[in-house]
Design a protein around this ligand. Structure first.
Ligand SMILES: Nc1ncnc2c1ncn2[C@@H]1O[C@H](COP(=O)(O)OP(=O)(O)OP(=O)(O)O)[C@@H](O)[C@H]1O
Ligand SMILES: [Mg+2]
Length: 440
């Protein structure tokens, strides 16, 4: 990768915070007075202590009570024009990383190099002066970004139209609601032609219509060849907007890669089962007198073993088994549960070739295809079963034997379409809709 293709290079970045320095109580009047005189110096020391760690051996003390590794040895590169998502649970270090990239706080260790003009939307109203009006703040932000007054003036109407706060333009920003502040802040950040746009969780604040507008705007910014770094807990927004994703957990990078793959893994976090189980040793394989299980797999349309699929793609549940004694009618079947343990469906093998027909001994692979646009987003767990018919004798029965995640996307043709919020429900089928209109 040559230097002119890289927009952001994060090299072994760590950030350590010192958790509150204890206040000292003063028991005597004299002590209190003395403390008063001394306090400016003490306060300065306290402040300094929050940001320097000369007194602590950061390498030696893995777990000190009063320090916290908000980020630890994070490295990744972002190419110019890439749209990169940063995901992870609460407290994972996402906002801290964006603050370091926006030069609001320095890393304790490591280096960050940025090639291009950055505009960031970090927290509600960041970058706004509360006493200045909306209009004044727009110009102030432009100046901070290194734009000339004329350039900002040219963009001004677009910013105002996007933010929808026209009526309040001459009101000090401190009187704005948090939603209004975010609208204006996002409009400013996205319209002042940054080369690198950094956005933290903007979708959490606005209403659905505004969220949609922000998504579209970020998509446009990405298409214009600008670089976008986007933090969100909204996974469909991440998968539809981002090419790549960096996943953080407790300050460490867990994984980095194609958006869908990483989001799929993230959704399955803490799940011990995988998309593939094999029983190599027949003596320990699940089974009965008539049949024995060999493998269970979750497969894509092309037959690859996959731990995730896009909500629009079909996915196959596959079992491979041996019929040990021929002559019985067999009924392979799957049950599928979601992450709340709710049964989504039961499916029985109705392949016309074998339905109600006795099977000869041998090896079989049975696949149940789940169509795209049926399951809802999130983790799914597969129960794999087989029994003989007449009489019904279970041969194997394994709950939660394999798992996979369905990742959503804000795309036409899905149940959600461009709706950014969560769609509840056990399934999320893209139904055909018709609306008839008659006048009056
Ligand atoms: N100024 C600070 N002083 C001390 N600790 C801090 C400070 N800022 C952040 N932290 C801590 O650093 C860790 C990472 O916080 P950060 O805000 O980066 O998480 P996040 O991934 O953005 O979480 P969320 O999804 O909740 O927004 C947390 O444990 C947090 O408490
Ligand atoms: Mg955050």
């Amino acid at each position: 990768m040559s230097n002119d293709t890289i927009a952001v290079n994060v090299e072994e970045v760590s950030k350590v915070y010192r958790l509150g320095v204890k206040e000292q109580s003063s028991e005597h009047m004299v002590q209190m007075l003395w403390g008063f005189v001394r306090s400016p110096l003490q306060n300065f020391r306290k402040y300094r202590a929050l940001y320097t760690f000369d007194d602590i051996d950061l390498d030696g003390k893995e777990q000190s009570d009063d320090i916290l590794w908000a980020l630890r040895d994070i490295s990744f590169k972002v190419n110019k024009g890439d749209v990169v998502g940063i995901i992870g649970g609460n407290g994972a270090g996402k906002s801290t990383l964006l603050k370091i990239l926006s030069r609001i706080t320095p890393p304790t260790r490591g280096n960050v190099s940025i090639h291009g003009r950055v505009s960031s939307l970090l927290e509600v109203g960041t970058g706004f002066h509360p006493e200045l009006t909306g209009r004044e703040n727009v110009f102030l932000n432009g100046t901070i970004l290194g734009m000339r007054r004329k350039e900002v003036a040219r963009k001004f109407d677009e910013i105002v139209a996007f933010s929808d706060v026209e009526k309040f333009l001459d009101t000090p920003v401190k009187r704005y609601s948090s939603g209004m502040r975010v609208r204006l802040a996002f409009a400013v950040a996205a319209h002042l032609e940054p080369e690198i746009l950094i956005v933290d969780e903007v979708l959490a604040v606005g209403d659905a219509a505004f969220q949609q507008k922000c998504m579209n705007k970020m998509q446009d910014v990405g298409k214009e060849g600008r670089t976008v770094l986007f933090v969100s807990h909204n996974m469909p927004a991440v998968t539809s907007l981002c090419d790549r994703v960096v996943w953080l957990d407790h300050g460490r990078k867990v994984a980095e890669g194609p958006a869908q793959e990483i989001v799929g893994k993230y959704l399955l976090e803490g799940v011990e089962t995988t998309a593939h189980r094999v029983w190599k040793d027949p003596s320990s394989a699940p089974g009965g007198e008539f049949a024995r299980l060999c493998e269970v797999r979750v497969v894509s349309e092309s037959g690859e073993i996959v731990g995730h699929c896009d909500i629009q793609e079909p996915i196959g549940l596959q079992m491979e088994y041996e019929v040990l004694k021929g002559g019985e009618v067999m009924l392979p079947h799957f049950r599928l549960r979601n992450d709340n343990g709710v049964l989504v469906f039961v499916t029985l093998d109705h392949d016309p070739e074998w339905y109600q027909r006795p099977r000869p001994a041998g090896r079989y692979v049975s696949t149940a295809w789940i169509p795209g646009n049926l399951l809802n987003e999130g983790p799914h767990f597969v129960e794999c079963n087989l029994m003989t018919r007449h009489p019904d004798i279970p041969q194997f029965h394994l709950a939660d034997v394999v798992s996979f995640a369905v990742t959503g996307s804000m795309a036409p043709g899905t149940a959600r379409g461009d709706w950014p919020g969560r769609l509840k429900g056990i399934v999320s089928p893209a139904l055909e809709w018709r609306t008839e209109f008659s006048e009056g």
